[in-house]
Ligand binder design. Structure first.
Ligand SMILES: Nc1ncnc2c1ncn2[C@@H]1O[C@H](COP(=O)(O)OP(=O)(O)OP(=O)(O)O)[C@@H](O)[C@H]1O
Length: 122
């Protein structure tokens, strides 16, 4: 394999993100939700600590979705046959996305509950 530069490694990584965004419906949904969450946090002026939790949750979900995409690609490339190990690999990767999404929902509730109640209440 050809020796690649540091910059071209960034290019391949960006291509991976673009591929996941372009081909995975769930990745698009996560991306749109992430933008909405960032805008809401900016409007509500959440604390620095809460920004860190929100950005951690967003990062974990996008990261899990991209690993899920990568695992699906490897499984599909390895075999087109139905196999219990293929099912285990894909279901486990999907489970990782679910776990991170559940964490993100909890973070969203904890961070936004009070500012939104305060906004609506007064
Ligand atoms: N080769 C296979 N052998 C056995 N079960 C499989 C196989 N491929 C897919 N499955 C089952 O079908 C489910 C959906 O697989 P598929 O490849 O369609 O993922 P997907 O629906 O595109 O996932 P995502 O929504 O995350 O993109 C898997 O989680 C698994 O349970």
């Amino acid at each position: 394999m050809a020796k690649k530069s540091f910059l071209s490694s960034f290019g391949f990584a960006a291509e991976g993100i673009r591929h996941a965004m372009a081909t995975q419906r769930n990745m698009k949904v996560h991306g749109i939700v992430a933008v909405i969450v960032i805008l809401l946090a900016a409007v509500l002026g959440v604390s620095a600590m809460n920004w860190l939790f929100l950005l951690l949750a967003i990062t974990l979900v996008l990261m899990a979705e991209m690993f899920n995409t990568a695992i699906e690609a490897v499984v599909d490339m390895t075999s087109i046959d139905i196999h219990p190990l293929a099912k285990a690999a894909k279901d486990t990767a999907a489970g990782a996305v679910l776990v991170t999404a559940a964490f993100a929902v909890v973070v969203g509730i904890v961070v936004f509950y009070k500012p939104i109640v305060d906004l609506l209440g007064g």
